[in-house]
Design a protein around this ligand. Structure first.
Ligand code: GTP
Ligand code: MG
Length: 194
């Protein structure tokens, strides 16, 4: 998909703020600082559509971006950020549970992981949670520009085994730095929002 139109719609914390247009949604889940917002920017060719930062824990709300009047990217706040208080973490958990269990227009959750490292316990928990609720999952291994190609197979195996990934679930490699993998990811997304 060639994106000419991408716009920020709303930062939502509860269902009454979710858009009511019924367009399909693709959610980005993953550890804080893994590259979810950078992914949205790269895919839409926009440097600052989604806020990114070297400071983790920036995204605290479900941020909706409308793409070409066709679907929404939903930037989900990242987990695993140590400096978040217990109360905030509980609120975060509730917000995500509500979203993922109730959102009927959700077509795909993209679990974003750092290709350099094995999935964390939080990553695995998120994946298992999504599978439990029968939400289609794509694992997106990002920051692949930081790994030499000769080691990709090895790293892919580590990711697959770390998640104990269902054979039906795919891992796609991606880099927000170089745009590597963009076409494959677009193909995958276009299938899901048909
Ligand atoms: P939270 O909003 O805190 O959950 O983080 P996030 O997952 O949205 O991460 P973000 O997109 O803000 O990226 C975090 C940092 O990683 C930034 O400094 C990005 O420039 C960097 N980064 C993201 N993707 C890539 C990538 O593919 N390659 C490289 N080299 N750096 C990346
Ligand atoms: Mg972010």
């Amino acid at each position: 998909m060639k994106v000419n139109n991408a716009e920020f719609i709303i930062s939502a914390v509860s269902p009454k703020q979710y858009p009511t247009t019924n367009l399909p949604e693709i959610a980005l889940a993953g550890r804080s600082n893994v590259g979810k917002s950078s992914f949205i920017n790269k895919m839409t060719n926009r440097k600052k559509l989604a806020r990114t930062s070297s400071k983790p824990g920036k995204t605290q709300t479900l941020n909706y971006y409308k793409i070409e009047e066709k679907f929404y990217f939903v930037d989900v706040p990242g987990y695993g950020y140590a400096k978040v208080s217990k109360t905030e973490r509980a609120k975060w958990g509730e917000m995500l549970e509500t979203y993922f269990t109730q959102r009927e227009t959700l077509k795909l959750a993209i679990c974003v992981v750092d290709f350099r490292h094995p999935p964390t316990n939080d990553d695995v928990q998120m994946y298992d949670f999504l599978k439990y609720y029968n939400i289609p999952v794509l694992v997106l291994a990002t920051k692949v520009d930081k790994i030499p190609r000769s080691k990709w197979n090895k790293h892919e195996k580590i990711v697959r085994e770390g998640f104990d990934l269902d054979p039906e679930d795919k891992i796609l490699t991606f880099s927000s730095e170089t745009g590597l993998g963009m076409n494959e990811v677009w193909k995958y997304i276009e299938e899901k929002i048909k």
